[in-house]
Design a protein around this ligand. Sequence first.
Ligand code: SAH
Length: 286
Amino acid sequence: MKHFPALDIRFTPEAESAFPLHDRLMAGLDDFRPTAIEESSALWRVFFDSPGSRDGALAWLRTLGDTRLALEPLDLDDEDWARRSQADLQPIRAGRIVVSPPWCADAARESAGPRDVLIVVIPSTGFGTGHHASTRMCLELLQDIPVHGRSVLDIGTGSGVLAIAAARLGARVVIAIDNDADAIAAARENVALNGVAVELACREFPADGVAESDIIVANLTGQLLLRIAADVVSHLTADGDIVVSGVLAEEQEAVERAFQAAGATLRGRKSEDEWVALHLRVTGDR
Ligand code: SAH
């Protein structure tokens, strides 16, 4: 099993808001090239790519002799990392879809209603635990359109959450692509965990040979959607539906215009905080 060298830095209550100290720590830690820092007010968990860098950072922190800091080196295994850093992750609901981490799945299944659809996603892998507003809104919009018996293409599948949802909503065939091989590996694991059929491929959209579909979901970024709007529309069968998100409120108009210019009409819009999700439709011949 893979191990991740890490370091916990605990702050005494008076040091939690000692921002000059925080700045100094950040600057100093940077020399040891941390791969990730999880920050909460009382604790920073810093990850390194080797025990040597972690030990170097630890030695440097000790030279500061700051009694407001408690230091603890750790070696976290894959599961530990997922469990500890995501232990507070609870199942989320979007309409009748419930997305749960594996360790809450039994409880989520017991409390689910008869029409609910439970999806299990391992939070440590790939973007898309359902905790991001854009994912939740895509899940909601997917329930506003007929999915049963139709083909679905998920562009930028991340953890596979939207593709799995489409399969569970009765899609006839689901294709999911991502340009990140790690995301595809994660999605593959989640697809298997949910016992659904999703065709996964590591591809950067737009790409040749990606099949036309009745529904396309793409939770990406506003800037990317602006660039690929016409390609998305051209991968749609007649009378097809598009669900996009990852769009910031200030990008919404431009993204809508790009899809309208490509022949789509706006059918629905959702927003939460600064995030927007759109449902567009292309009717008849393009
Ligand atoms: N669909 C998931 C994850 C969205 S995150 C959800 O809704 O939660 C966006 C994903 O798109 C990332 O995994 C990223 O690797 C992928 N991505 C970004 N640009 C892409 C492109 N041009 N082609 C394919 N995948 C892309």
